[in-house]
Design a protein around this ligand. Sequence first.
Ligand code: URA
Ligand code: SF4
Length: 194
Amino acid sequence: MAVMDWDTLTEQCKSCTACMLAETRTNVVVGVGVAESEVMFIGEGPGEQEDLKGEPFVGRGGQLLDKMLAAVGLSRHHNIYIANIVKCRPPGNRDPLPDEQEACIKWLRNQVAIIRPKIIVCLGRISACRLIDPNYKVTKQHGEFVSKGGILMMGTFHPAAILRNPNLKPAAFEDLIRLRDKITEICEHTKLVY
Ligand code: URA
Ligand code: SF4
């Protein structure tokens, strides 16, 4: 697919029926944030609250994510863009199936093609396995930057995993500090907000 403009992408994505998830969704969760961002965060797929509101990471995990991001000067309202691998909620919050990911990834590819981020942060295993390496191990590789197609990619813990296991918080914060250092180094247009 050729690169489309932002409004066309949003409009077409919102009416997508390319996989089974279309049948059970309330809203398509296209993404949220600043389209001119140099940094993107990619989660797995909408949960219940996200499906109801049409915005990524607005449940308990999302509140934790926003708090942790704020600590390093990042905010969906100012300097980042947040999206998911699949745009519609998998029923019961199951993992998105490979064919659902395959059907949906074109939207994310178009989002990346338009935004042209310098850094992509993958939140959790599903996202990191899809975007960095099929064998990605979050516990081993979190916080490492790898360059792929001219974009620096990093995986870190999914906020839901941190909620389940608060012992992960210090390591997750270390990843965010590394991210902030990298942003300061290479993202000349990103203004951190405190
Ligand atoms: N979990 C995700 O991976 N993405 C969301 O948008 C919400 C919860
Ligand atoms: Fe389309 Fe993605 Fe929703 Fe499936 S999950 S219907 S591919 S937008």
